[in-house]
Design a protein around this ligand. Sequence first.
Ligand code: SF4
Ligand SMILES: [Zn+2]
Length: 500
Amino acid sequence: MNYNELIIRDLLDKNVTSSKELASVKRSFAKENKIDCPSNIALLREYHSLVNKKRIKKNSEIEKLLITRPVRSLSGVVNVSVLTKPYDCPGECIYCPKETNIPKSYLSGEPAVERAKKLKYDPYLQVKNRIESLELGGHPTDKIELRLIGGNWSSYTKKYKEWFVKRCFEACNDKKDRTLKLSQRRNEKAKHRIVGISFETRPDFINQKEIDEMLLLGATKIEIGVQSLYDNVLTMNKRGHGVKETIKATKLLKNAGFKVAYQMMLNLPGSNPQKDIEMFKELFSNPSFKPDYLKIYPCALVKEAPLYNLYLKGEYKPYNREILIETINEIKKYIPIYVRIERIIRDIPSPLIVEGGAKSSNLRQFIDSQKICKCIRCREIKDIKNEEVFLFKEEYEASDGKEIFLSFEDKNRKNIYSILRLRITNSDTALIREVHVYGQATQISKKGSQHKGLGMLMVKEAEKIANKKRIAVISGVGVRDYYRKKLGYRLSKTYMIKTF
Ligand code: SF4
Ligand SMILES: [Zn+2]
């Protein structure tokens, strides 16, 4: 039986009647079998062939479903990861794998890497391809969040970075332009709008010049490899920077309006489970840190990294599965509600990992399934719910400023519908660092009027709370028009601004 036949049979067994269910069956099947999501056309062809051979009965529901073009939602944001070309990062981190023709810190066999390698790391083709396969899978592609990955973004030349980002915009615009600025302008009204861009870099590469450059490229979120809050652990792992660089970078990034994501590593040489847990307590009690997003990666022991030699000499041993799960579960208790854990455990195929808990292939699913976390990701709504929502406000000190986290949630704070991050410092401009509405919000607003325009309501509330001369929003290029038309903001350099 081929894959398409299996999917058709599954659809019939499950009595699937909506395109949403159809997309979900296709997605989970593709994931399970590590294949690309089949198109509705291919499935329809298979269906007709099975009916003709009398192997299945005619089913008009399924037929209709496969014929209908996927509904394009206006509010679902999809992530598109694009890898930069292999380039030697000047860092010497001992756990970092180095392979020929693969960007440092990545490994062949990782799904995103394999996709990029096939396309010779061409940004245009990577974006085009991804959009196509998302569309085939029935996902909306109107709003795209671009993740530019592949080692240390700041190590590439300015020329390469500009070209790379411009080609991504051109892929979304389906049109070439003379300059990046023109591509961005065109994207404001394009079919596939880039609503956010994130870069991965190191804390010691963050300075005002780098920040200005990232703003011009259209970045909205910066992921920094913090890895540890212990200087001795950082030294032992040859990170080449200390904790003070992280503190400085965090403040500079937040003051520029960026969302700040930290990549943290567990199980590094020099640490232990207790130290790892203490580190997370410190992360959210010390105002110098308090990131908005988190990726928690246990150190993965691979043969391609210098750490392997320490392991062979018996000087390093990774935690086993039980210890790893216990440590992560304990850490989860300290995650505040304004943080979104984006990922725990990296997507490294298990055969590439030599030993340790990170090797067990279902570990991520297991950890994710234990709903003991109050982070945003664990609570953001995915389906339409008809319930009343309330506006919540959290305040906390961070990097010499005040952060106000607004959110619309149900009364028990189990479901989160939208969030806004407002930053107030002694400057006369307040910053809106993030506005995010989760789920299929356009559909929500049709169903229950109480959910109408949550994003707009939050921005109005933030304007009131800020009570400043000016508000600046770091908005993705593709959202500028929304601020302009719906909220009366205007573009000033790379921010959307409103003066009061
Ligand atoms: S900075 Fe990142 S890419 Fe560079 S060596 Fe360290 S882990 Fe690898
Ligand atoms: Zn969580």
